[in-house]
Structures are given as C-alpha cells and as structure tokens.
Design a protein around this ligand. Structure first.
Ligand code: HXH
Length: 334
C-alpha cells in the first residue's frame, strides 16, 4: 500500500536516540512485527524477562519467548533493554523462601539473584545495551523514602547499592539503570534525586535513570516537570532513558468506560502532547539516549485494562489497525 511513503520513526531519530517498543512474543509477527521492523530499533520484553516469568521455579528457566525476541533483534539489527532484575511485583515466592520453608538469609537471596543475573547476562547480554537493575523502589506516600519490600527487608537498607554492585560484576558493556514511574513529578523527583545522589556518593556503579513516562493527555505541567527532571538527573552525571512511554486518553482518576473510540478532542490533545514530548526529548538528546514505548499500536497495550478493567485506551502513535495517527505525524515531523 502506501507504506513506502511512511517515514521510519527510528530512521528519523537515528541521530538522536533509539526508538523502542515493549513486546509480547506474538508482536514479532503480523502487523506488529512489520511495524517493529519499520519503525523501531530497540525492544523490551513487556513481561517475558521478568523474574517470575523467566525463572518461575528455582533453576527452571523458561527461555522460549525471550529467545525468540533475541532472534528477532539479531535478524533485524536492533538492540534490547533488559527489564527487570529487582522488582516488588512479578517476582516468584520461591525466591524468598529457603529449603526449610523459612525466609531466606540475605546471603542466599543475593546468591540466587547473582545466579539469575549471570544466567540472563550469559544468554542475552550480547544484544542488551541497558538493564533495569532495580525497578520502582521509591515509595509514593509522602514522608517515606523507600518502598517497603521483601528485598529491602532481607538485604537491608543499602540493598540498592548492593544489587547494583552485584549486577556490575556480571554485566559487561551494557548500561545499568534505575527505573521508576512518576519520577518526573516534583515529590518523587526529590526522593529520586536524594537516592541517586547518595548512591553515586557511595560509588555505586549506575549509569542512568529510566523515566517510565506513563503519561496522559490532560497533564499541563508535564513538559515543565520533564525538563526539570532531566536536568536534575543530568546534573548528577546520569544518562536518561524514557523506558515505558504511553499517552493515555484518561487521567488516573477518570473511570469512564463508555467510549468505543477516542473523541476528536482526545486525539487532538494527544497530538499536541506527543509533539511537545518529542520536542523536549530532542532538546535533551545529549542526555536521553533511548525512548521506548510501552506498546506498539492501539491494537493492544497494557492500558486496555489498566487502571479500569475492560476499558480500551488509545495510547500509541499507531491506531488499532497499525496505521499512523496524527500523533505519529507530530512525533516524526521536526
Ligand atoms: C510498569 N509499572 C512496569 O515497570 C512494567 O513492567 C509493567 O509491564 C507496566 C508498568 C507501572 C505501574 C506502577 C504502579 C502501578 C501500576 C503500574 O500501580 C499504581 C499506580 C498509581 C498509584 C498506585 C499504584
């Protein structure tokens, strides 16, 4: 069809940053497979590489999906982000329990994590340019700095530093990231800055911070917040990657589920938002080295069911048929 005339997103941004997408194994084929090949030069496994998916039982790895992703990456001259080693969600319960059914010691937990990291790095390290070593460790509630997790309880208060050091021993030639959501918003930015500054002061091997970027069309402060956040992280000498970008038609409090398609007003606000977001990313290309969408097209994304069950969302640059939206035009025309 007219596909040949459509510019490639990753080609347009080749002098700026990588353009990535979160994928399920099904996305490597069909309409999504074609979109990936044309517009993207990086992928992240949406779920396949998470601890609970890839090592659901101790020592029993399920490599199938991630192997197919690696093959796709190699065949199409792409890169991959590793997501994620240490997280409070989608982590198997066996990890925290020893052979007698008691809570694991710090030593055993670190040993298990080390084995896990070593195994994944051996298998996928050659295609991965950045690993999310720790995901979402900062507490949302004001007054609390760190999320209370089993990881932290067992390893101790300096667990983030410990885990970055452990990862660094296993990982060669890829960047190490701390990844979180809402870490461009003033309150969480302050906490993130304090944490990162402290980690760096203590000599922790960390290269950058992932801004997840689960955003929506109604946030009028987004660009100011984003600029401020990128500058603060950069002032620590850190790189920034946009790791999970989407622009929802609904703000978090909005529970409406009556729409069968987005309104023209919504599409217009989304266009403007993508225009401003990508303009800002370009401004900071010396700091931002990768921009990953948390999905490929509106045909399917995780936002179809989150946070309102059974509600469709239309967060991406490509529509439910994989055709470029006005948002795509705004992201690519500069
Ligand atoms: C990301 N979390 C994960 O990094 C990714 O692995 C996953 O596939 C999707 C999104 C984002 C997220 C964070 C918190 C959350 C839901 C999603 O839940 C809350 C959000 C706001 C307030 C309280 C909880």
């Amino acid at each position: 069809m007219c596909n040949a005339k459509i510019l490639s997103l990753s080609e347009a941004y080749k002098d700026y940053f990588k353009i990535g997408a979160a994928v399920r194994v099904e996305d490597l084929q069909g309409v999504h497979g074609e979109l990936l090949k044309k517009h993207f030069n990086s992928i992240t496994a949406e779920n396949a590489m998470k601890f609970g998916e890839i090592q659901p039982v101790e020592g029993k790895y399920d490599f199938d999906k991630t192997d197919k992703m690696k093959e796709f990456v190699l065949n199409n001259n792409m890169g991959m982000r590793g997501h994620t080693f240490l997280w409070h969600n989608q982590t198997p319960t066996w990890l925290f329990v020893d052979n007698n059914g008691n809570q694991v010691s710090k030593e055993l937990l670190l040993e298990r994590l080390k084995q896990h990291i070593r195994t994944l790095v051996n298998r996928y390290g050659d295609v991965i340019y950045a690993w999310d070593v720790v995901n979402e460790a900062i507490e949302d509630k004001s007054g609390e700095q760190y999320r209370d997790t089993t990881w932290r309880r067992i390893i101790g208060e300096d667990y983030i530093k410990t885990v970055f050091e452990l990862a660094k021993e296993e990982i060669n030639g890829a960047q190490l990231y701390y990844n979180d959501y809402n870490n461009e918003l003033p309150n969480k930015l302050d906490k993130s800055y304090i944490m990162l500054k402290d980690l760096i002061a203590k000599g922790t091997p960390i290269d950058g911070v992932g801004i997840q970027a689960h955003w929506n069309i109604t946030d009028n402060n987004l660009i100011d917040n984003l600029r401020n956040a990128i500058e603060k992280y950069a002032s620590l000498g850190l790189k920034v990657q946009i790791t999970e970008l989407d622009v929802s038609m609904f703000n978090f409090e909005n529970k409406r589920k009556d729409l069968l398609e987005p309104t023209s007003e919504m599409l217009y606000l989304q266009e403007k938002m993508y225009n401003n977001i990508f303009g800002t990313f370009r401004e900071y290309k010396d700091v931002v080295n990768s921009v990953t969408f948390w999905g490929i097209s509106d045909m399917y994304t995780w936002k179809d069911n989150f946070p309102v069950h059974g509600r469709k969302d239309w967060t991406m640059l490509f529509d439910i048929n994989g055709r470029p939206k006005a948002s795509y035009d705004r992201a690519i025309k500069f």
